[in-house]
Design a protein. Structure first.
Length: 226
């Protein structure tokens, strides 16, 4: 009978042993929670920083590709359709995308406000011959909005002509700017990332006059013998 009791006592843990094991497990879990609480915020900040850097890089690539492809397309008053302000730019370029038909489109990249604050949006509209005046006032049906940047990033544009002098506005000049600079500012950290795109289109004044081409194409009358 005593041997049976002895074997039962040796089969499992005593209550004291179970309490000690629970206490040790609690200490280990507390230590893990303390370590995790210390490095998890840094880990999250690193992930957010990497995502923001990737967002800025994609936005810079998109801005450079768009503005480098700006085309010299005129309004009805023969001025180029280009409107450059500090927080927005509107220009004409070839249709982008594999599903687009060959032709031109009007692109507007501007900073607007939504429920999350300032946001930089790219939109486009079919190219039409605009009347003289501010193209922003015309009722263009912009569509296909694409968000390029969100807070804490703000953007400002600057424009330079052949004299290499930068200005925050480019309107009614009779030509396209030779370069467009965009400064992306992180309002939380106070840092600024700058880049620029060169516009490779020749000035409209350098284009030949169609009437001149037609006159040159006509053969001159040969003088007969006198």
């Amino acid at each position: 009978m005593s041997s049976v009791r002895k074997s039962r006592n040796e089969d499992g843990f005593t209550l004291v042993e179970a309490l000690v094991a629970l206490a040790l497990m609690g200490l280990i879990m507390g230590a893990l929670a303390s370590v995790t609480a210390q490095w998890l915020p840094s880990w999250n900040r690193g992930i957010i920083r990497a995502q923001r850097n990737e967002q800025v890089a994609v936005a810079l690539d998109r801005l450079t590709a768009d503005l480098s492809a700006a085309d010299y397309a005129t309004r009805s008053d023969n001025l180029p359709l280009f409107r450059g302000l500090e927080q927005s730019v509107m220009f004409v370029r070839s249709v982008l995308g594999p599903n687009g038909r060959p032709g031109l489109e009007i692109v507007r990249i501007s900073e607007i406000n939504d429920n999350r604050g300032a946001v930089l949006v790219r939109m486009r509209a079919p190219f039409v011959l605009l009347q003289p005046g501010d193209p922003q006032a015309d009722q263009l049906q912009f569509a296909d909005p694409v968000v390029l940047l969100r807070m804490p990033y703000r953007i400002s544009f600057a424009y330079a002509g052949l004299d290499a002098k930068w200005s925050g506005r480019w309107q009614e000049t009779g030509e396209l700017p030779s370069a467009v600079r965009f400064d992306i500012r992180d309002v939380e950290r106070g840092t600024v990332i700058s880049s620029a795109a060169r516009i490779h289109v020749e000035r409209g004044a350098a284009r030949p006059d169609p009437s001149t081409e037609q006159e040159e194409a006509q053969p001159q009358a040969k003088e007969g013998p006198t």
